[in-house]
Structures are given as structure tokens and as C-alpha cells.
Design a protein around this ligand. Structure first.
Ligand code: NAD
Ligand code: ZN
Length: 360
């Protein structure tokens, strides 16, 4: 198929306090399968006020997961899936409450509950054989767009690659801006900049089109309100805006493509374990020649929020390390083609990519 036939989320609830509608939203689904729900929640919320507001039933299973040691792995998904099935069989649905990491875990678990074998078998496009169970996402940090994307990014023994098909997309998301109020300022900045960079990259390449530009323009406008205008900063009003920006940034890139920053970011994350949004910020500051306007504005936002990004990180990387990083990035041809056009191979050589990494 030449044109993407992209699957959007089925339903969206948005607004302050909308989390309180979770119970009634999932009530009709409770009659499915073994009549219970699995909650997968960021460990940050353990013992916090949210725990008392889950609207769970006694039969439900609740797992708190610490996302800080590492990004979601295939092994982690397989173990959790086996545990859930051996404890109570197939649930009515899965609810993910947390950042991009928890969104990806919830999406992956939903599909792996009905597809046999290890999740490593399904890393890629349209490899999943059967529909998963109902799944609902409640983002608590905004920026990655994982709440709307078709991908559940997993790191496996061989590759960092998403499970991706129509069934990975959430059946429902609940966007409650009250939930992102507690995000620490540095993460608020890095994650929001992921949205900003999604839009800059989506716009600046051969795959952009009226659909991606419309969502991207609006998301950029919203990012400027949150990070640049006179009322910029973390506030309830800006949290309302940022949640929508994240969604729209995700929709923009879904119908276009990301570019040079994301291609490099995958190389940096795979080899050094650097977190996605932070990795993008480390890289984007050095891409002035490729995205002049975007990087100029990004630097204004850095200054405004007094964010300090480390410099000279590449001094510790030898040739072998640079080779490994560049290989990961080189093997993302769609991103390079989008950024540089059909003759991208003449520009994005291994040497060129290694030089980009040396700028860091
Ligand atoms: P995250 O889920 O990794 O969380 C970052 C930190 O914020 C954690 O310490 C977490 O505990 C904390 N946190 C979350 N919500 C909080 C809150 N309300 N208050 C206080 N602390 C809170 O963050 P992320 O940047 O949203 O997600 C990164 C992950 O998303 C990576 O694993 C990346 O691979 C993935 N990703 C997926 C997609 C996709 O399309 N599926 C796109 C981009 C990135
Ligand atoms: Zn991103």
C-alpha cells in the first residue's frame, strides 16, 4: 500500500478531573473474558493520592512498575504476561497509567496476552497474529505521543523495535491534565521537547502533507504557548495545552516521518541506554545546519527554562563505539530519506553519521 492506512485511537476523554470517569468507562467491558482488569501503573504513584482513586474492583490485579532502571524490555513483557495468565487467565482489559514507558508496556501486554511465545517474535510491523484484549491508556507525562501511536517500543536482546499493528493502538485514552502536574521540571521539558522535535522533523522532509502539517502546526503553536510565551512554564493552564500538543505531535508524525534527530537518538539510546526524550535534546541542539529555525527556537526555550544540557559527551566514544551507534542510525532509511530526499544515501553515509555524533 503506497498510502498509510493508519489506525487512530477509538475513543478519547479529555479534561481536568476526567480520570474520575475511568470506572464507568470500563464498566461495559467487564463482562468480557475472565471479568477482571489489570492495572499497570508507574511506581511513582505507589502510596500517592492516585492509588485511592483507581476505581478498581476487588478482583482486579494491580501492578506498580518502576520504569527508571531501564526502558521496557521484551523479557519484562513476557514475564508479566505469564504471571497474569497463570494467576487469573485472560482479563477483560489492561489499563496503563504512567508515561511513555507504561503506555508501551500496556499496549504490548494487551497483544501478548493473546499471542503465544516471546514478544521478540513480534517486534516489527504487522507481525501480531490475533487481536489483543481491550486496553486503555492514561498518560501522566506528556510529549512522546505514545498515547496515540501504533507502536509499543520494546528493547529485546537483539533490537530496540516496536510491536506495531492496528491492534496495538489503544481502544481508549483518558487525558486528564491534573495527572501531569507533578512531573519534575527537567522531564516536563525533555518530554515536551520530544513533541516539538516530532513536529519540526515531520515538517522538514519529503513526506509532509496537509494532514501532517495541520496537526504539526497546531502542536508547534501549543508548544510555544507552554515553553516560550509570556505565560510559559508549568501551570494548570499550560498542562491542559501540553496534553493536546503531545497528541497532535504524535498525529503529525504518524502521517509523515521523524528525521535526523530521531535517527541519531535511536543510536544513542540503543548503545548507551540514554532515555528517548533526553537523548533527543542532547542531539537536537547540534543540528542547527539541518533544522535552523527549529534549533534556534529550541535554544530560546532552553535559556528560558534554565535547562543545562551536557556538552562534549562524545569525547569518551572511541571509533568502535561510534561505529555501533552510527550503524543503528544508518539502518533507519525512512528517516534519512524523509529528511534528505531520495538521494539520501549520498549524504547520510556512515562517515557523515559518525561526524554528527562527534558534534555531541
Ligand atoms: P517515562 O515513562 O520513561 O517516565 C519518565 C519519568 O517520569 C519516570 O521517572 C516516571 O516515574 C516519571 N513520571 C511519570 N509520570 C509522572 C508524574 N505524573 N509525576 C512525577 N513523575 C512522573 O517517560 P516518557 O519520556 O514519557 O517515556 C519514555 C519512553 O517512551 C521510552 O521507553 C521510549 O522508548 C518510549 N517512547 C514510545 C513512543 C511510542 O510511540 N510508543 C514514542 C516515543 C518514546
Ligand atoms: Zn520522539
Amino acid at each position: 500500500m503506497t498510502h498509510k492506512n493508519f489506525k487512530n485511537i477509538d475513543r478519547v476523554t479529555y479534561g481536568r478531573g476526567s480520570f474520575s470517569q475511568l470506572g464507568e468507562t470500563i464498566a461495559p467491558i467487564r463482562s468480557e473474558n475472565n471479568r477482571y482488569f489489570v492495572y499497570i501503573i508507574d511506581q511513582y504513584f505507589h502510596g500517592k493520592d492516585l492509588h485511592a482513586r483507581l476505581q478498581n474492583q476487588p478482583e482486579d490485579l494491580i501492578y506498580y512498575i518502576d520504569v527508571d532502571p531501564h526502558e521496557p524490555t521484551t523479557e519484562q513483557i513476557d514475564q508479566l504476561r505469564d504471571k497474569i495468565l497463570s494467576e487469573k487467565g485472560l482479563p477483560s482489559g489492561v489499563i496503563g497509567i504512567g508515561g511513555g514507558s507504561i503506555m508501551d508496556i500496556a499496549k504490548a501486554i494487551s497483544s501478548m496476552l493473546t499471542n503465544e511465545g516471546s514478544s521478540t517474535l513480534y517486534q516489527g510491523l504487522n507481525l501480531i497474529k490475533k487481536a489483543g484484549v481491550y486496553h486503555l491508556g492514561v498518560p501522566t507525562i506528556s510529549g512522546t505521543g505514545a498515547e496515540v501511536s501504533m507502536t509499543a517500543v520494546l528493547t529485546g536482546p537483539e533490537k530496540k523495535l516496536g510491536l506495531k499493528c492496528d491492534w496495538t493502538v489503544f481502544n481508549q485514552v483518558i487525558l486528564d491534565p491534573e495527572l501531569i502536574a507533578s512531573v519534575p521540571t527537567d522531564w516536563w521539558f525533555y518530554a515536551g521537547m520530544d513533541t516539538y522535535i516530532h513536529c519540526i522533523e515531520s515538517h522538514n522532509g519529503i513526506r509532509n502533507n496537509a494532514f501532517s502539517l495541520a496537526y504539526g502546526d497546531q502542536a508547534l503553536h501549543l508548544c510555544r504557548e507552554v515553553y516560550l510565551n509570556e505565560k510559559a512554564g508549568q501551570s494548570p493552564d499550560n498542562d491542559d495545552i501540553l496534553m493536546v500538543a503531545s497528541l497532535m505531535g504524535g498525529l503529525s508524525l504518524t502521517y509523515s516521518e521523524v528525521g535526523v534527530c530521531h535517527a541519531l537518538s535511536y543510536g544513542l539510546s540503543k548503545i548507551h541506554g540514554t532515555r528517548h526524550c533526553y537523548a533527543n535534546c542532547l542531539i537536537f541542539q547540534h543540528l542547527e545546519d539541518i533544522y535552523p529555525q527549529g534549533v534556534k527556537e529550541f535554544k530560546e526555550m532552553i535559556r528560558k527554562h534554565k535547562i543545562e544540557l551536557p556538552q562534549n559527551v562524545s569525547k569518551d566514544w572511541d571509533e568502535a563505539t561510534l561505529d555501533k551507534m552510527a550503524t543503528v542510525s544508518y539502518n533507519l532509511p525512512f528517516m534519512w530519506q524523509h529528511a534528505f530526499g531520495d538521494n539520501y544515501k549520498e549524504i547520510a553515509t556512515m562517515d557523515y553519521i559518525k561526524d554528527l555524533f562527534r558534534r555531541l
